[in-house]
Design a protein around this ligand. Structure first.
Ligand SMILES: [Zn+2]
Length: 119
């Protein structure tokens, strides 16, 4: 860290008035895109010497964001609206509930039938 700062400061000292200082500022960077669970995309520029963190707080909503767009880190707080995953889970549980209901109805009917026979 301190070494990098010194290097930049050194290049600035040697920079002339022809925009060379600006070139020095823009040169050694890497842009990393982070995705949060709100589907915000945040481009963060790091020095090439910097260790890029695996997660970054989304500057738009403050949620943790990761570099994996398909698998953003889950929100630590309760979501004000449903995420895609919540919808998928809800659909799945609906299907399961429907299946359970079908079974229950079938069981009820078979009991009723057998009851008719026995009594
Ligand atoms: Zn966000």
């Amino acid at each position: 860290m301190a070494g990098g700062g010194n290097a930049i400061r050194g290049s600035r000292v040697g920079a002339g008035p022809m925009g060379e200082a600006e070139r020095g500022d823009a040169a050694p960077r890497q842009a990393v895109t982070y995705y949060c669970s709100h589907e915000h995309r945040s481009m963060v520029a790091f020095s090439i010497e910097a260790v890029v963190p695996e997660s970054w707080d989304c500057p738009k909503c403050g949620l943790p964001a990761s570099m994996d767009s398909e698998n953003p880190p889950p929100a630590p707080k309760i979501e004000p609206y449903k995420t895609h995953l919540a919808y998928v889970k809800e659909r799945r549980s609906d299907a399961e509930a429907a299946g359970i209901l079908d079974e229950a109805v079938a069981l009820l009917r078979s009991r009723r039938k057998s009851g008719d026979v026995v009594f």
